[in-house]
Design a protein around this ligand. Structure first.
Ligand SMILES: *Cc1c(COP(=O)(O)O)cnc(C)c1O
Length: 429
């Protein structure tokens, strides 16, 4: 494919933006190539500034479960914009959004809107600490919870991709209160609780890990976490920034039937606009200012454009009875095609899938159910695979440690093309 314009624009961007991008993984560094600059998108397709068209499986990293530029969402945003873009005062939109979230996510009784997933997780941890009057919390190696200081310890996503699990600029003081456990290893969590029975405010987890590639929780892992946190008086926080509204209307908590104390949301909840939220039990949420003493605020939180887009998205997901079945059907078809290709080509790889999120790991490991198994993957092989897919018009995440997202906009033809491109790439690897 001809990428002349993207190459030129990347050079230009590098002069005024660090690394040429506003979020690191976009730079395509871990796949050793030049990023494509997007000009427009519709449905399942994106078009770059060299007029190449791709079937998009990045889906803006998760938000676009209905595909790009969904007509109803665009219409809602347009109508809202004509009435003003921000007031810094309450609107009925915000109440409707809160009511919708409370209705859809089983464990949420009250919810606060913020502007990103990062803000949601930072605020949830502050709330958990303030509520329990404890300082430490447990996170899992390879789980990513946004770029807040205390989360950038053994974080996933860009932090694995770039080999910066501990970013410079994160102080020892904030790192010391972040305790690290192993995903899918309940004993590693037990051990931390036994060492510090009265110091741990919360356990935060991606109920399906998505930021070390897709790694599903082992049977009973979430349930055991629920029991352990309750036993020690710590809060269980599900970071459902990816899984919320993706695995089911009620996210991973509905899908697995395990209820956390607090839930963080992002991505899909904004319908493609910058939105995050955190919510949970009333008794905990009512500790937030102005009702309680724990401070959290935002000039643009609950922004009318963002609420219009988000509400429209949630309404669609809530009212369309077939959507999650269809997503499952499309994702399963893609999974079966890829598994067949792996067999035919004798490729050493593992495909993990939960609902409409999946990752193809190029690894010799028999399974990928832990961080260590995920990072055993051959990232050079992934880079080659990525480039071949891109050249055949399939846009995948530019890193081994991310998800492929199937959206409602993907057609059977898109899925077939993706399976064929996968076969060609695996054959050539
Ligand atoms: C993307 C992500 C975040 C961060 O959200 P931003 O909107 O990028 O700040 C937090 N947690 C998880 C699980 C994510 O995937």
């Amino acid at each position: 494919m001809n990428n002349i314009n993207s190459i030129k624009e990347f050079e230009r961007a590098n002069k005024s933006i660090p690394g040429g991008v506003n979020s690191p993984v976009r730079a395509f560094k871990s796949v050793n190539t030049n990023p494509i600059f997007i000009k427009s998108a519709k449905g399942s397709k994106v078009t770059d500034i060299d007029d190449n068209q791709y079937i998009d499986f990045v889906s803006s990293w998760g938000p676009l479960i209905l595909g790009h530029a969904n007509d109803k969402i665009i219409d809602s945003i347009t109508k809202a914009a004509q009435k003003g873009t921000s007031y810094g005062a309450p609107t009925v939109y915000e109440t409707e959004m809160a009511e919708m979230i409370v209705k859809m996510i089983p464990s949420i009784e009250k919810v606060r809107m913020v502007n990103s997933g990062t803000e949601a997780t930072m605020s949830a941890i502050r709330l958990a600490r303030g509520y329990t009057k404890r300082d430490s919390f447990i996170k899992f190696a390879g789980n990513y919870h946004g770029h807040g200081d205390s989360f950038l310890i053994k974080a996933g996503s860009g932090a694995i991709t770039f080999g910066l699990p501990d970013s410079p600029g994160v102080t020892q003081a904030s790192a010391k209160d972040t305790l690290i456990a192993d995903y899918n290893n309940i004993d590693s969590v037990k051990k931390l609780f036994e060492e510090k029975p009265n110091e741990i405010a919360a356990v935060i987890i991606e109920p399906v890990a998505g930021n070390m590639g897709v790694v599903p929780p082992n049977k009973n892992f979430l349930k055991e976490l629920r029991e352990l946190t309750s036993k020690y008086g710590a809060l269980l926080i599900f970071d459902e920034v990816i899984t919320g509204f993706r695995l089911a209307k009620g996210g991973a908590q509905e899908y697995f039937g395990v209820m956390p104390d607090l839930t963080t949301l992002g991505k899909i909840i904004g319908g493609g606009l910058p939105v995050g939220a955190y919510g949970g039990k009333k008794e905990i949420m009512d500790n937030l200012a102005p009702e309680g003493p724990i401070y959290q605020a935002g000039t643009l939180s609950g922004n009318p454009l963002a609420m219009a887009a988000g509400l429209c998205m949630l309404n669609e997901l809530n009212s369309n009875e077939t959507i999650y079945n269809e997503l499952e059907h499309k994702a399963k078809k893609l999974e079966e095609g890829i598994l067949k290709n792996i067999k035919i080509t004798n490729t050493k790889a593992i495909l993990n899938r939960v609902g409409s999120m999946m990752t193809l790991f190029f690894t010799e490991s028999e399974k990928v159910s832990s961080y260590d198994e995920a990072v055993s993957s051959d990232t050079e092989k992934y880079a080659k695979y990525f480039k071949m897919a891109l050249d055949s018009g399939i846009y995948l995440a530019p890193s081994q440690f991310e998800c492929l997202f199937v959206s409602f906009a993907h057609t059977d033809e898109d899925i077939d093309k993706a399976i064929n491109a996968n076969l060609a790439a695996l054959s050539a690897l």
